[in-house]
Structures are given as C-alpha cells and as structure tokens.
Write a protein that binds this ligand. Structure first.
Ligand code: PGA
Length: 261
C-alpha cells in the first residue's frame, strides 16, 4: 500500500488524477473501474479539466462502474447511472457503448451479475480501479462480513450506509436496501487500485483498512494484499493513522523514476 496524505481533498484528487491520466496516456485502451458517491467528484472534475485543457483522450477506453441500487433505473435522480452521466460521462469522450454500470432493473440479477463479470474479463480486466470507502470500511457496496473472495452479486446495505447515503435521496426511507456490487475478488483483480477517502467520518475506517488486521469486518483492509494500492487521504481522514509521519517521509523521498508507478 502507498499512503498519500495531502492537505485537502482537492490536492489529493489532483494527485490521483495525475496517476490515472499517466496510465491512460501510456495505455489509450485502458479499462477503468469507476466509483460513485461524494468522494470521487473532485477527481472527476480534474479528469474533465484534463480532457478539456490537455486533450486527455477517453475514446479508446472502456469503463465498469462498481455498483448500482436495485430498483433504480437511469431516469432516477439518485441512480448511479444518472450520477455518472452528470458528473463525468457527459463531459468526456468515453464512447457510450463501452460504458458498463450494473443494471438496477435487471430481472434476473444472478445472470446479470455473471454477465457483468464476463464483460470485465472480455475487456481484458480492469487496469485502474477508483474506490471510495464507506464509514464502515465497505468498498463498492461490499459491506462488512462480505466474503473477501466475492464476485459481482446482490448485497444488502447496512443501516449505517443507508443513513450515510440518505443525502442523495429525498429521505432515508427512500434509500434502497439492496444493491448490485462488484465483489471484493473482482476489485482485487484490477491491476491498480486508487482508494480516496476524505473527512473525519472516514478516519476510523481508513485506520482499520491501512493499519488494522485484514478482515472481512473492514473490507477495504484486503487492499493490504494488493500489489498496487494507492490510498489518497486528506489530513482529516489520515488523522488516526499511527505511522502518518513515515508515510509522508516515504512520499517526499521517492526516487523520481518511482513517482508515477
Ligand atoms: P462517499 O461514499 O464517497 O459518498 O462518502 C463512499 C463509499 O460508500 O464508498
């Protein structure tokens, strides 16, 4: 794991965007794993800026989103399909036929999940996966006690996650209980994983994921087993890390050749 602590979320998001852009420039056919929620919004803004001002080109890319609420279609204002359209896809040149998001209205959910997994494999696997982290340590919507080997499937949200996400809906009662999410095993197969976490609400989950034991009780902790996991934090989300000073020293003293790896 590489822990990158920035003064604020805007700086952290620019750092993550720099890595992502370097990967896309190196591999114009990159397969991107994308996330929703409040966290990646500044990252997507920076990606859009790079597309507009620096010509960052998505015409050869393919994308797979992590998750979607069961029962919400593209026309629902809180659906992740709508979120992605509004926050990223409408402003970059990623071809519509290479955008993949689980279908919250799928009639046969297990078959849809199996097909989603197959499309990821058929695309050659995910090159860079963007992740947020839930205040309970979830990644995607893999809630605590999710199998660390899980694949794309239906999950039931915890009360805490439904409450955390209520601000995207008219009321907490409107937050669906069920979701379709890539599994932890699916996420772990991505060649690089960028996890972003901002704010003190995430500090406990981040401390558990980075410095705690690997456990299904904090699903993000499995990233300790990933060969290329970068954790982008602001001061608040990093506040409970015991080895903060070490992570900073490592970052500040990297050899140049290692900076964008
Ligand atoms: P948030 O959600 O970015 O809205 O905090 C993160 C997550 O649930 O993974």
């Amino acid at each position: 794991m590489e822990i990158i602590i920035s003064p604020d979320s805007a700086t952290a998001s620019r750092e993550a965007a720099r890595f992502l852009a370097a990967r896309i420039r190196k591999n114009p056919g990159a397969v991107l794993g994308l996330a929703t929620g409040s966290t990646p919004v500044p990252l997507y803004r920076e990606i859009i800026r790079r597309h507009r001002e620096e010509g960052l080109d998505f015409s050869g890319c393919t994308s797979f989103n992590l998750d979607e609420y069961v029962g919400l279609g593209a026309d629902h204002p809180a659906s992740y399909r709508r979120f992605m359209q509004e926050n990223l896809f409408s402003a970059i040149n990623l071809p519509a036929d290479r955008i993949h998001i689980p279908d919250g209205l799928a009639s046969d959910i297990p078959a849809h999940c199996a097909a989603y997994e197959k499309s990821i494999l058929d695309a050659g696997g995910i090159d860079v996966q963007i992740l947020g982290i839930g205040s309970d340590g979830h990644v995607g919507f893999n809630e605590p006690t999710s199998s660390l080997a899980s694949r794309t499937r239906i999950k039931t949200l915890t009360t805490r996650t439904r409450s955390d996400n209520a601000h995207f809906f008219d009321s907490e009662n409107d937050v669906p209980h069920h979701v379709i999410t890539m599994g932890i095993g699916t996420i772990m197969e991505a060649r690089a994983v960028l996890l972003l976490a901002f704010g003190e609400n995430k500090a406990e989950a981040v401390a558990g994921a980075v410095e705690g034991p690997i456990s299904a009780n904090n699903p993000a902790s499995i990233l300790q087993m990933h060969p290329t996991a970068k954790i982008y934090l602001d001061e608040k989300s990093a506040s409970l890390l015991k080895r903060r000073d070490y992570y900073r020293w490592v970052r500040d003293n990297k050899p140049d050749w290692q900076r964008d790896c």
